[in-house]
Design a protein around this ligand. Structure first.
Ligand code: DHE
Length: 586
């Protein structure tokens, strides 16, 4: 265990890596600085990849007389590359998101040679140098330059008819148990994402044994638990939802559905009187969300998120649905729409006459969570370096705060009681080592509320998740996307009681080293507490063909408690403890 005040060399390593020398500069617009290889900055390597869309085969849209020559096979290859590597920034329809629009009125003005050079060398504004970095071959760069001179293909919509065709009620409600048929400590189960095997592992928090491995969607992403703790909902990037009944003798999928082509979020109704009644899933493509029956996944209401951007009031054709949470204050879902920067509070009491409060927040909303009272919801507009705060009781924007670092990425954040500033919510950042503490107590600490009251410095950039627990005196900060193996394999732990000092120190836990994995560069990601709040679990996320593990840390002593290894634990990433997830404890 190592104690640090901060790590200057690691920050330098992160910021200082530079692309191959630019031998010729192709445009004065990006001649001033050197571009960075894609993946050198953690934020760049974290752009969404539309892998499911990339597997589709689509027709070449109506050709124009001067379209560059491209065969059907080349077109589908280029489309796959585009969806996997470019659509995250430039949009599925190429109308622009964090990256510039690439519609043919723009690309044709620039012409083939300019585009080819731009793709090859990148730009300091953020375009990766796909060619010189070796990420794309010369032939692929040529193909992509030709591809973006052609009108973009439009992937299919996914309405009620398509959804219903994929809906399977595998075990009807009347055939399910009427009381729990197993003696599992259900509230201390962990649903662990096995990202690249398209599965989840249900692990018993007490025995640390795998109870069951269940098949789910492709590149499975997150799990959420129904308010009662009975049903586990899992969503894959291919937008497949699995609903698992934890009461069955052997937990199994009782219903499944595909809600689109690309998705990331799922949630269930939590307000008193509506427990387990509805589920909701949001998708990246098509841009929409669907409210489903919470016992069967029958799709009930689909709503498009296409519409105007909150500030410019220009139309956006594909605003993706990012995080979704269920309010504890009202019968409402909180839906974050990325590109239009709107937070929707969707009243689910009468879904035939759906009432929605639409809050203007900030563009590029991504992930977030509640403060300790569960009244306020804090969400990162990550590409804008801001945190939006919503009062779920008053249904309005409370504050929009500069996060104090580059690209905030809180997960659901962490809530701690600061010795000087009182209750604060915490986020770390993808782009640097800053950990921001935001005051959340407008009654007891009105001068601190909705301000960054302190910036800590942790291991380095590439952090994705922070974690604490009401019973803990610690705050954990990971850095899985940091390019340095030592950093991405460790977590920083701050003692909450010592945060009042001028330069709070952290302890570094070498989690990957504790896992004793012989090969690869396993990344340590996403701490999650057990139900009692006395253990923290970390995924040691290695390549698909290499050994991964879960490391359990004793929260009191910060010593290694257990390493869970099993050949079935392929690429473990997110972990969702049933009790903490259903009660929003973090
Ligand atoms: Fe996630 C949450 C989107 C890459 C692990 N991720 C989320 C949420 C969104 C999102 C919108 C919030 C869901 C909610 O609260 O309803 N994630 C995306 C992406 O678009 C992105 C950047 C790229 C992509 O193409 O998917 C992406 N995410 C990743 C990963 O590479 C991670 C590290 C590993 C993995 O399993 O894929 C990853 N994301 C997670 C986890 C959460 C998450 C573990 C839930 C954290 C929590 O504590 O709630």
């Amino acid at each position: 265990m190592i104690v640090h005040s901060r790590s200057g060399t690691r920050r330098a390593a992160l910021l200082g890596s530079v692309a191959l020398p630019l031998l010729f500069l192709v445009s004065t617009a990006y001649a001033a600085d050197k571009p960075k290889p894609h993946g050198d900055t953690p934020a760049a390597s974290y752009e969404p990849s539309m892998t499911t869309l990339g597997q589709m085969k689509l027709e070449i849209p109506g050709r124009k007389p001067d379209d560059p020559v491209i065969t059907a096979e080349e077109f589908n290859t280029a489309m796959q590359i585009y969806f996997e590597r470019c659509a995250g920034c430039h949009g599925v329809l190429r109308k622009g998101a964090t990256g510039k629009a690439l519609t043919t009125d723009i690309t044709r003005k620039h012409g083939y040679q300019y585009l080819k050079d731009f793709i090859t060398y990148g730009s300091p504004a953020g375009m990766p140098n796909w060619g010189t970095s070796g990420d794309l071959t010369e032939a692929q760069v040529d193909l992509m330059a030709r591809y973006i001179l052609i009108d973009p293909p439009q992937p299919p919509e996914f309405g009620m008819e398509e959804m219903k065709k994929t809906w399977k009620l595998l075990v009807p409600v009347d055939k399910r148990p009427t009381k729990p048929e197993n003696d599992l400590q259900r509230d201390n189960l962990f649903s662990v994402t096995l990202r690249d095997s398209g599965q989840i592992a249900l692990i018993d928090g007490g025995t640390k044994k795998i109870v069951k491995i269940l098949d789910t969607g492709y590149a499975v992403h997150i799990s959420r638990i129904s308010a009662s703790g009975r049903y586990l909902f899992v969503i894959g990037r291919d937008a497949k939802v699995n609903m698992i009944d934890l009461w069955m003798k052997e937990p199994a999928t009782v219903a499944e559905i595909k809600v689109g082509a690309e998705a990331r979020s799922i949630e269930t109704s939590k307000f008193k009187g509506y427990e387990d009644k509805y589920a909701i899933a949001g998708s990246y493509w098509p841009p929409q969300y669907v409210i489903m029956d919470g016992n069967t996944l029958e799709p009930l209401k689909i709503k498009s998120t296409r519409g105007m951007i909150y500030d410019t009031q220009d139309f956006h054709p594909e605003p993706r649905v990012a995080s979704i949470l269920a309010s504890h204050y009202k019968p409402e879902f909180i839906v974050n729409v990325k590109e239009t920067g709107k937070i929707l509070l969707i009243d689910y009491t009468d879904i035939k006459n759906l009432k929605t409060v639409e809050i203007e927040a900030e563009r590029f909303l991504h992930d977030g969570g509640f403060d300790s009272t569960k009244r306020y919801f804090l969400v990162a507009a990550n590409a804008r370096n801001k945190i939006a705060v919503i009062d779920t009781k008053e249904s309005k924007l409370t504050a929009l705060i500069e996060s104090g670092g580059a690209t905030p990425h809180p997960g659901r954040g962490a809530n701690i009681i600061h010795p000087v500033h009182g209750p604060v919510w915490v986020t770390s950042h993808l782009g640097d080592e800053i950990v921001s503490l935001i005051g959340t107590d407008p009654v007891g600490h009105p001068d601190k509320a909705w301000k960054v009251v302190q910036n800590l410095k942790a291991l380095g950039g590439g952090s994705l998740f922070v974690k604490s627990h009401p019973k803990s005196v610690h705050l954990y900060v990971d850095a899985p996307l940091n390019p340095e193996a030592e950093v991405s394999g460790s977590v920083a732990v701050f003692k909450v009681g010592e945060l009042g000092s001028a330069k709070p120190k952290y302890v570094e836990l070498p989690i990957a080293q504790w896992a004793a994995i012989p090969e690869g560069q396993p990344r340590v990601v996403q701490g999650e507490y057990n139900e009692a709040g006395d253990e923290v679990w970390f995924s040691v996320w290695n390549a698909k063909d290499k050994v991964s593990a879960i490391v359990v840390v004793d929260d009191k002593t910060l010593k290694l408690k257990t390493v869970i290894k099993d050949p079935r634990l392929i690429t473990p990433t997110g972990k969702f403890n049933v009790f903490n997830t259903r009660n929003d404890v973090y």
